[in-house]
Structure formats: structure tokens, C-alpha cells
Design a protein around this ligand. Sequence first.
Ligand SMILES: [Cu+2]
Length: 169
Amino acid sequence: MGHALLSLTRTPLPLGSKGLARWRSRDLLLGLLVLSTAATAAVAVSVLGIPVAPCASVSREVVTFTITADLNGYNGSKIRGGQGPFLSVHTCDTVVMRLANRDVQAHGLAVDFYAANGLEALHGDVVKMQFLAYKTGDFRIFCNTLCSVHSYMQNAKLTVQCSMGQGCV
Ligand SMILES: [Cu+2]
């Protein structure tokens, strides 16, 4: 952006609007590039299909979990034989799950049923997914990106417990 402005002061500005329009569209293009870079490198957010009906009249918490991926697995799951972490929420909680990749290789984060396609975090990235936990049960959390410690990232779990006074599905 600074470069574009500098060039603009040095370039003799045509009196017609043609030159101005050219610079404006270039600035716009630069802006778009910055936006898309930020979106891919910093944090990818995916809001997955939220059926409103079961939780329409229920307001519950937003629960945030951060899973750190490195050569020790998910939050150090390697020393537990690749089990965990085990996370728990109540129905109609909004679950925000972050994957912080502290490794040089890519790692993934997927949740059976809620986010089966998963997300991938490249080296140093933090990716984030968000969904409404409207269905009760145990849902496996796993890495869906092939990595050197893949077997230690296959048995984490999200348990969604039925809230009192709610018709759970
Ligand atoms: Cu993996």
C-alpha cells in the first residue's frame, strides 16, 4: 500500500480520470490480496451446518477448546498411547475448537458427524472450527492429514451430554 501511494505522488497524474481509475483498481487489488492472505495463513473459520430447531429456545454456553499438535500428538497424547484429549459439552453449547500447529509439518482436525471433512493447519497456523452441539453422543476427534505422528492423533473424543429439560436428539 505504501508503495502504491509513493508511486502515485511521483507519477504525473493525468487530468483525465483514466489514470486515477487505474490506480484505484490497483489499490483495490492489493487490498483483496492482503485480505485473502490473512484468511488462509492466520485463521480459517468454518461454521458448520447449524440446525436451529433442537436448540431454538435454548441459550447455552460457548465452549472453546484448543488442541495443540506437535510431535507429542494432540496435547501430548503420545504418552497416553495416542488417547485423548477427551472433551465434554452439553447439548446446544456452541463448540469452538482450535487446532494450534506447533510442528513443522501439517496436521488436521476432524470431528465425526460434526466436522467430518476437517480442517488442516500448516506449520505454525491456528485454525478454528465452530458448530452447535445439538446431537448427543461420543464423537471421535482425529487428525485427517497424514503426518509422522498420525497414529497418536486418532482417538481424541468429544462427548455431548444431554442437558436437563431438553428434548435431546
Ligand atoms: Cu496426522
